[in-house]
Design a protein around this ligand. Structure first.
Ligand code: LLP
Length: 431
């Protein structure tokens, strides 16, 4: 089921550390990441490209979970980094991330964000729209600098995932449309700016996608465009970035392929297309976020009040909720969980796990099989490593939880728990 063992006390273990001890020591709610799993996921992409013998870059999409410690691990593993805002870029800089390995995304990059990217000489900017081409061109002139760019295009592919996380369909706020000639127009427009070095195309078709065919179709559509550009402009791309979006297991309904297999399938596809067009093999770039951190993190909660509605449902409430994991409320996302201090006990009934926010939609899990549960038991929810902390909020003025990294039996606090002083720190008095 989940990748974490149960120790002789019947407690859940993560990274060789007893989860119940972690809850006692650091308090709850608590995000806990097994760093060795982060490394394993990162390496599975990098090694697969190495084995397939092509030039490639794997960038971790830091929106999934960004913190200084996290980016230090990504840096250590030799990956590149995808940032989508000044805040994510700032975090990368604070983590000492090599600038030339940073790529910047965003559908509305401000001039301040672009200037920071230019001043820091980051590796690549992914251009999203006409306004941005002009803005970047002017800013480069002002700073007398050059920068490498990719062009984000929407291949017109619908992917089978939640409507909020599809991005590659035609009616998308991201990127230049391929079908109506917009991308080609952008290609021509970029030629007006010699400081913009145009390296190739980017597309990201969505998130939590399982079918490899979707990625292969996207590559095919990109090559249709590239065939035109080769014929008309003799343009040969150096880079093809196929984005992220590889699905992970949240529940038994999710069956991901090993990431290596996506990589091999894509490499083969790109090789064939490049050969057909008689062009050299471009570098392949990828940007997984969730696939690198999603299954490596769990959230620990303390169970508090309970409510039974006879013949309807039993509710158990935890000390967090939509403030630390928005995904169930926003996407109807499903999770698995165990009682960490009774991880060896078989389930005897089902309960539904409620968050503590004043909102009926704040339900973390419906119908979770559990053994007998009591107040002060510790609930461990699995696969909360991606888009948990990064989408956390202060709703109901809850303070954001702490984050602990564990590896080989050692635990280290890497994000402090917020205090209520932190929560009100920017409030100013009116009277
Ligand atoms: N590259 C681009 C351009 C993206 O827009 C995204 C995600 C990624 C890479 C990384 O996708 P991943 O490999 O993590 O699926 N908050 C949502 C996910 C939003 C993803 C947005 N873009 C969720 O919790 O499911």
């Amino acid at each position: 089921r989940h990748p974490f063992p149960v120790n002789s006390q019947g407690h859940l273990e993560i990274g060789g550390v007893d989860a119940v001890n972690l809850a006692n020591e650091y308090g709850t709610p608590l995000y806990v990441y097994d760093v060795s799993l982060i490394r394993k996921n990162a390496r599975s992409f990098v090694e697969a490209f190495k084995k397939s013998g092509v030039e490639a870059k794997v960038a971790y999409a830091s929106k999934a979970f960004s913190s200084i410690a996290m980016l230090q691990v990504i840096k250590q593993e030799g990956l590149c980094l995808d940032v989508v805002s000044e805040g994510e870029l700032y975090t990368a800089i604070q983590a000492g991330f090599p600038r030339d390995r940073i790529h910047m995304h965003g559908n509305n990059k401000s001039s301040q964000e672009l200037e920071m990217a230019i001043e820091e000489s980051i590796g690549c900017i992914v251009l999203d729209n006409f306004y941005e081409i002009e803005l970047l061109g002017e800013l480069l002139k002002k700073h007398d600098k050059k920068i490498d760019v990719l062009m984000r295009v929407t291949p017109g592919i619908e992917s089978k995932t939640h409507q909020y996380i599809i991005t590659g369909h035609e009616d998308s706020k991201f990127g230049f449309n391929l079908k109506n000639g917009q991308a080609e127009e952008a290609f021509q427009f970029i030629q007006n700016y010699p400081a913009i070095t145009f390296k190739g195309l980017h597309c990201h078709i969505g998130s939590q996608i399982f079918e490899p065919d979707r990625f292969l179709n996207a590559a095919e559509v990109l090559f249709e465009e590239l065939a035109n550009w080769k014929k008309t402009y003799n343009y040969i791309p150096e880079v093809l970035n196929l984005g992220g979006g590889f699905g992970i297991r949240y529940t038994a309904d999710d069956v991901p392929m090993p990431y290596e297999e996506y990589v091999y399938a894509l490499v083969e596809q790109v090789k064939e297309h490049a050969a057909a067009l008689e062009m050299p093999m471009p570098e392949i770039w990828m940007e997984p976020g969730r696939a690198i951190v999603g299954n490596t993190g769990i959230t620990l909660y303390t169970i508090g009040s309970m409510k039974s509605i006879p013949e309807v449902r039993e509710y158990i409430s935890v000390d967090g909720g939509m403030t630390d994991n928005l995904r169930p409320a926003l996407y109807g996302a499903k999770y698995e969980a165990v009682i960490a201090n009774k991880a060896d006990q078989p389930p005897i009934k089902e309960v539904s796990v409620a968050g503590k926010c004043c909102e009926s939609g704040d339900m973390l899990i419906w119908d979770l099989p559990v053994p007998e549960v009591h107040a002060n038991d510790i609930l461990a929810v699995f696969s909360t490593g991606a888009y948990g902390y990064s989408m956390a909020s202060h709703y109901n003025r809850l303070a954001k939880p702490a984050v602990v990294f564990v590896e080989n039996g050692n635990a280290k606090l890497v994000v402090r728990r917020e205090s209520y002083k932190d929560v009100v720190q920017n409030d100013l008095s009116y009277l």
